[in-house]
Structures are given as structure tokens and as C-alpha cells.
Ligand binder design. Structure first.
Ligand SMILES: *Cc1c(COP(=O)(O)O)cnc(C)c1O
Length: 357
């Protein structure tokens, strides 16, 4: 079989083991685990690894990915993570068991769609506790509660929060206590108890480790921790999880010794950036056939520490390989570890082969 490059090679076993470890830690704290599949575009082998590893639910931000998971029959409930577009309410109600919601109007639309389709739908009300992405600001539920009461086919099962997504706000016990009180207030309005207090994503695992997760938080939605063993918001690798769960292999299409500073008048680069160069004299440079169209170049770490990524254009990535041994050659393969952004791009690029081993 011919191997196609560039390709992303993923260890299904490491992702399975990471899932088991995260699920166990959550379970010990009475927390259910929503495994988040968007980072790998809901690839079937990995969806199954996450299901078998002990996730209680699977979540994805894209309805198309949830539709794909639906056909895999993994037997877990499916959560739509991105607050639905008004234009995708019908699909949401048909495909997802639950969705995250932040506006009263969306709830009304879901209720109307449910009535038309003869269904019911569960929602988790998102609360913005300062990160400035989605959610009712600081949990002002007074506007939402009457709409929920008037939407009999929509059942609000809980409240949720995001941290570290847009504003980079870190999860701390005080913020989660705030989520608990928002939920309690909503329970008083609704006159029934909420079962889901969804306290964030990978970054919230730190509270479990320190034993500072407030009692009453019942769910976490974890992608990065399981898929990469990392927590980008906390700027750390998670010591009890596998890192280097996947690597990108890219093929060398040119090796030349060239000056390290451009020769001639310099304008902006292909992406409108102002190129900056350090003069190191002539250096051996390799070009690999992968580019910004496929990957976040800044999100890659070369497997060989001696290789230095200088930058990328749409289709090429340029490296200083002066100190790499054996000396790279045309047709050789260089390997890189992706961060979350790079993984997300690689998983969704049609030009990247995706192999789970
Ligand atoms: C992507 C996403 C997650 C998962 O975040 P990680 O940092 O990958 O754990 C959780 N919740 C929502 C709403 C998301 O969009």
C-alpha cells in the first residue's frame, strides 16, 4: 500500500487510555464525562476509543459530526456544543439529544421545531462568568426562565460554563460556586432540580487534581486533555495523561543551503505579515510539503529538537535543518507534534491523510 503524505498518525490506544484516566478521575468526584470529538473531526476509531474508555456522553460543536457519530451507534447521548444556528434547529432537534443554549429566542425556536417534529429536546443553559464567549452574562436567568416555562417541549436539564475559550479566564472554585448559585436560582424559577452542572472543559481538570472542585459540579466536557494530554489555558502538559498522542509526517521537497536573510527589497509575506529574519549566515534549509492551508504552522513542534520551523506559506513549510542528523534529503520525512489548533486544522483538511494505529 502506498503511503500518502502529509499524514497525521494517531495512537488510538493512547487516546483510549487518556479517556479511561479522565473518566476515572471524574467518576471519583461524582462527575460525568462528556468526551469532545471535534478536535479529530469525530473520526470513528477515536469516537469508539472515547466511548469504550468510559465517556458518559459525546459532544461536538458541529452538527455534521454529531450526525456521523449517530450512524456509528455507540449508544451514548450526543451533545451539540456550539449554541445552534437558528438555521440548524431542525437538524439539532433531530440529531442531538441535548444542546448548549444561551438565548431565550433560541429556546423558543427549539420548542417550535419540537412541536412540528413531535419531539422533545434537552438544553443546558450556558452562563458567561467572564470569559466573554457564549452564555447569559453572569447568569441573569430572569429573562430566560419565563421562556423556558412557556416552552413545554424544551427541558432545561442544567447550566454550563466555558473558561479559557475567548477571554482566557481560568476556572477557579469561586467561579464554579457562581455557576452553582446561578443553577440554584434557575431551579427556584423552574420548580424542579437540575441534574447537570457542567463546570467547563480540560482546564477544569486542574481543580479535580487539587481537590478544589466545588461539590455540586456534576459534569465536565473534555477534548484537549483526552486527545493531547495537554491544557493550553493552564499552559501545561497534564502529568497523568499521555502526550504525543499523534504526529504529523511531512515529506521533504527541497533541501538547499541558502542565506538566512532574504536578498532584495522586502515587502510583506504572502499573509500580509512583516517577515523578520536573524542573520545566521548560510544554513541548510528543508521545505516540506504542508502549509497553512492544512495546519497552524505555529502549533507544530518538530520531533527533532535540532529542526527549527522558520515559517510557512499556503503549501510549504520552511525549516532550518543545519544541525539535524542524519542530514535531511529530498523525499525524507520530518515529524511534528501538533497542539490543539494544529490538530483541529489537520483533522479537517482534506489534504491530510488520517491514520489511526
Ligand atoms: C470544544 C469545547 C469543549 C472542549 O474543550 P477542551 O478544551 O478541548 O477540553 C468544551 N465545551 C465547549 C462548549 C466546547 O466548544
Amino acid at each position: 500500500m502506498t503511503v500518502r503524505y502529509p499524514r497525521l498518525i494517531v495512537s488510538g490506544n493512547k487516546i483510549f487510555e487518556n479517556t479511561v484516566r479522565v473518566a476515572e478521575r471524574c467518576a471519583r468526584a461524582g462527575i460525568t464525562l462528556t468526551g469532545v470529538t471535534k478536535g479529530v473531526c469525530a473520526r470513528e476509531v477515536l469516537v469508539r476509543a472515547m466511548a469504550e474508555g468510559g465517556c458518559d456522553e459525546l459532544g461536538d460543536s458541529r452538527i455534521d459530526n454529531l450526525a456521523a457519530i449517530r450512524t456509528m451507534n455507540v449508544g451514548l447521548p450526543l451533545l451539540l456544543l456550539r449554541i445552534p444556528m437558528p438555521s440548524e434547529i431542525a437538524e439539532t432537534v433531530r440529531i442531538a439529544d441535548r444542546s448548549l443554549v444561551s438565548m431565550a429566542r433560541t429556546i423558543s425556536l427549539i420548542d417550535r421545531e419540537c412541536r412540528a417534529a413531535g419531539r422533545t429536546h434537552e438544553i443546558i443553559l450556558m452562563t458567561d462568568l467572564g470569559d466573554l464567549r457564549e452564555g447569559v452574562w453572569m447568569g441573569r436567568v430572569d429573562e430566560i426562565a419565563p421562556v423556558l416555562k412557556a416552552s413545554p417541549r424544551v427541558r432545561c436539564v442544567g447550566v454550563g460554563v466555558n473558561f479559557g475559550c475567548f477571554g482566557g479566564v481560568l476556572p477557579v472554585p469561586e467561579k464554579l460556586e457562581q455557576l452553582l448559585s446561578v443553577g440554584k436560582e434557575l431551579e427556584r424559577f423552574l420548580e424542579y432540580p437540575l441534574s447537570v452542572y457542567s463546570g467547563g472543559s480540560t482546564s477544569s481538570l486542574a481543580l479535580l487534581e487539587r481537590g478544589t472542585m466545588p461539590r455540586g459540579i456534576t459534569n465536565l466536557r473534555v477534548g484537549e486533555g483526552i486527545l493531547l494530554g495537554a491544557d493550553v489555558t493552564g499552559a501545561r502538559d497534564i502529568p497523568w495523561l499521555h502526550q504525543r498522542t499523534m504526529c504529523l509526517e511531512a515529506e521533504i521537497v527541497e533541501v538547499y543551503r541558502k542565506p538566512s536573510v532574504p536578498v532584495g527589497p522586502v515587502g510583506l509575506d504572502a499573509f500580509g505579515g512583516e517577515p523578520v529574519f536573524e542573520d545566521k549566515g548560510e544554513r541548510l534549509r528543508a521545505i516540506v510539503a504542508v502549509g497553512r492551508q492544512d495546519v497552524l504552522v505555529e502549533g507544530l513542534t518538530p520531533e527533532t529538537p535540532e529542526a527549527d520551523i522558520l515559517g510557512g506559506s499556503s503549501d510549504h513549510m520552511i525549516l532550518d535543518v543545519e544541525d539535524v542528523r542524519p542530514v535531511p534529503e529530498l523525499g525524507g520525512i520530518l515529524r511534528f507534534f501538533p497542539n490543539y489548533g494544529a490538530m483541529l486544522a489537520l483533522s479537517t483538511s482534506p489534504y491530510i491523510a488520517f491514520d489511526v494505529v
